[in-house]
Every structure is written in C-alpha cells, then in structure tokens.
Design a protein around this ligand. Structure first.
Ligand SMILES: [Zn+2]
Length: 253
C-alpha cells in the first residue's frame, strides 16, 4: 500500500475539504503529519487521534525557532507521550530565508530536539534547506539516533554518508520535476531499502499537478517516477517503501 510519510494536513489549505482529501487517499495505508511549531504539532496530534491511518510527529521547524525555549521542549515532550506520535519533526536547519532565526539559534533547537527524540527512543525528521554541511555534522554527533532527511536535496556523497549511518532519505514531488536530473541520479544510486515516499503537501506538488495544491493521493506520481528511475515495477516500490516506513517508524499498519 502507498504511504505518505510527510504531509501537512494541518495546513489551512485543507481546512474546507479534508474529508475529500482523505477520500482521495483511499489507497494509502499510512500518512504522517509532522508539526512545524507547537500549534501545528497539537493539530497534527488531534488529526492522528481522529483518523486511524494518520500519525503525527511533533517539533519546531527551523524557521519557527525564534521563540524557542525550554518550555517549548517540555510541551513537545508532553505531546510526544501519545502513542500516535511516532517521531520528533520536522526539525533541522534552513538557511534559505534571510529573516530566519540565526544559525546558532536554529542549531541549538535542532540539537535539543534530537536529544528529546533520543530520550523518547523515537526517530526524528529532518528539514535541510541550503544547510547540508551543518546538518550532516550535527546528525553525526548522534550516531545511534536514526533520522530521515525529508525532501532530500543533497548530493550523492551526503546521501551515502547518511545511509551508512543507517538513516533514511525521503523523496517527494521534486523527483518528478523536469529540472531535477541531479536528484534523480542520486536516488538511482541509493538502495530502495533506505527510501521513504512523501508529498510534503500542500507544497512541492508532483507533475502533472505542479502548481496546484499537493495532497497525499499524489504520492502515486512520486512512486511511479521512482519506479522508472530504479527500473523496478511500481508494485515493488509501493510494497518496499511501505515496509521501510514500518521499519523506520517501528509501527504496524
Ligand atoms: Zn514539511
């Protein structure tokens, strides 16, 4: 069955037709909604409690770390006690926007939240935008703590380093973009056992719906593209990536 390991169903853009969006996703067996701040982490958990196949991750996105403090961590810890919270995320570094909190603030929040994941014995979900080297350096500080780098955008060397540490890479709509040859080349070299599927809805909509709102059902186009790149039947891609999600999140579905 298809899986979407990263979709922001808490987003405003789904507010009026979430039931429809979930109906469209009838052939998915697992959807994970990561939080980006305390509010969206709470909403993600609420959705997870309401719908059996939705699960949550809780965390503070690097762009949202401006008000981050020790109380934030306590609150995340409380949310993460629920069985439907499978990971800490999305957390990481984002050097794209000039008005983001400065890198030192982002790094502190990233490390603290990895340590929370470690204490809770759950994995973490990484957001990495234009911050590859610092991401890799910090991940290496926690060699026994597994993570997935979502919407992976690094080079082959980075990908290899990550999987050698037993981490995972997650791929979404970007894989289908015309200008994503470099990413496709990297992913071709990565064992299928280390790849998770995602949409990152409502963002990064795959071809042929690029420009429209993304949704979990569109993960099918990511799976099709991955099948073409790896020259593996799409059924195998779907089955294997579901197995990967079970292994990574340590969950049955
Ligand atoms: Zn995201």
């Amino acid at each position: 069955m298809l899986t979407d390991t990263h979709c922001h169903l808490d987003d405003q853009s789904y507010q009026n037709d979430l039931e429809e969006v979930l109906k469209n996703a009838y052939n998915l067996g697992f959807i994970l909604n990561p939080g980006c701040d305390l509010k969206t982490s709470q909403v993600a958990l609420n959705l997870a409690k309401k719908y059996p196949k939705i699960y949550a991750a809780v965390g503070i996105h690097p762009s949202e770390t401006g008000n981050y403090n020790i109380k934030t961590l306590d609150y995340l810890n409380k949310l993460a006690q629920d069985d439907k919270v499978l990971a800490i995320g999305e957390i990481g570094l984002d050097y794209h926007y000039e008005d983001n909190p400065n890198p030192e603030i982002q790094k502190k929040a990233f490390r603290d939240q990895i340590e929370l994941a470690r204490d809770l014995k759950i994995p973490y979900i990484v957001h990495d935008r234009e911050s590859h080297q610092d991401i890799l350096d910090i991940i290496k500080e926690y060699p026994n703590q597994k993570c997935v780098v979502h919407a992976f955008s690094g080079d082959l060397e980075m990908a290899k380093e990550l999987i050698e540490m037993d981490n995972y890479l997650s791929v979404g709509g970007v894989l289908t973009f015309k200008n994503a040859n470099d990413l496709r080349k990297v992913i071709k070299e990565i064992p299928i056992e280390k790849i998770l599927l995602e949409t990152d809805g409502p963002y990064l909509t795959p071809v042929p719906y690029r420009g429209k709102r993304n949704q979990p059902a569109y993960v099918e186009y990511v799976a099709n593209t991955l099948a073409r790149i790896k020259e593996i039947p799409v059924e195998t891609i779907v089955t294997r990536t579901a197995q990967n999600a079970r292994e990574f999140f340590e969950i049955e579905f």
